[in-house]
Design a protein around this ligand. Sequence first.
Ligand SMILES: Cc1cc2nc3c(=O)[nH]c(=O)nc-3n(C[C@H](O)[C@H](O)[C@H](O)COP(=O)(O)O)c2cc1C
Length: 227
Amino acid sequence: MRRPIAETDARRLLSGGPVTLVTSSWHGKQNVMPAAFVTALSFDPPLVGVAISPTRHSYDMIRYSEQFALNIPSRRLLHHVQYLGSVSGADVDKLELTRLPTFKATRVEAPLIEGCVGYVECGVEDALRTGDHVLFVGQVLAASADAEAFDGTWLVEDDDEKPLHYLGVNRYALLGPKMEARIPQPEEGREKSPEEAFEEQMEAAREEEEKRREGGEKRPPEERESS
Ligand SMILES: Cc1cc2nc3c(=O)[nH]c(=O)nc-3n(C[C@H](O)[C@H](O)[C@H](O)COP(=O)(O)O)c2cc1C
């Protein structure tokens, strides 16, 4: 059975990307807030976006400093993430209060939070009004990740090394087992109709999947760069 969802809740169907802790620094003060409205935007130049409501203290800090950092927490920081989203840096010094250890970023003044599995340091390229949020477009100035968590893609092996995903309200999740899709081979089905070629690719994928399940083949035949 399918049930309707309020337009204002449609965003929840898109939930699941890694939640981030956005750090900022302005005039000697530092702040941190969780943000789930985060996305990659461009390969070249490397741009990422984070949508922040102008009601947040972080909004002012980022607007004035024109910098921010995205810290990607693991489940070790689950309760901290929720807490940091319930109080404002306008009222309390959240980093001092929570005693979260930080270290210096390489390219921005915003501090980086220890114990996260990935870090993206950004300079603000643009700020676009999107409804009741402002999308800060950040040029990536530096990025790093825990080698046990990421080797070019998230490894998704040790639960403590997986990024944390936000589902909404106070619900979070971790990624389940990693799957590798078959990479379509351009030479296959060259002289066939698109429908026949598609069927052939799907059949080959099913066969490979079966072989992998039987423990024969561990990796797909070829790995190519993709997003
Ligand atoms: C998991 C989580 C994700 C959130 N995502 C966003 C977001 O993407 N954008 C936003 O403006 N606020 C988001 N919030 C709300 C802010 O984090 C929250 O209002 C915070 O207290 C703002 O802190 P500040 O006033 O110190 O900047 C989120 C809160 C939580 C708990």
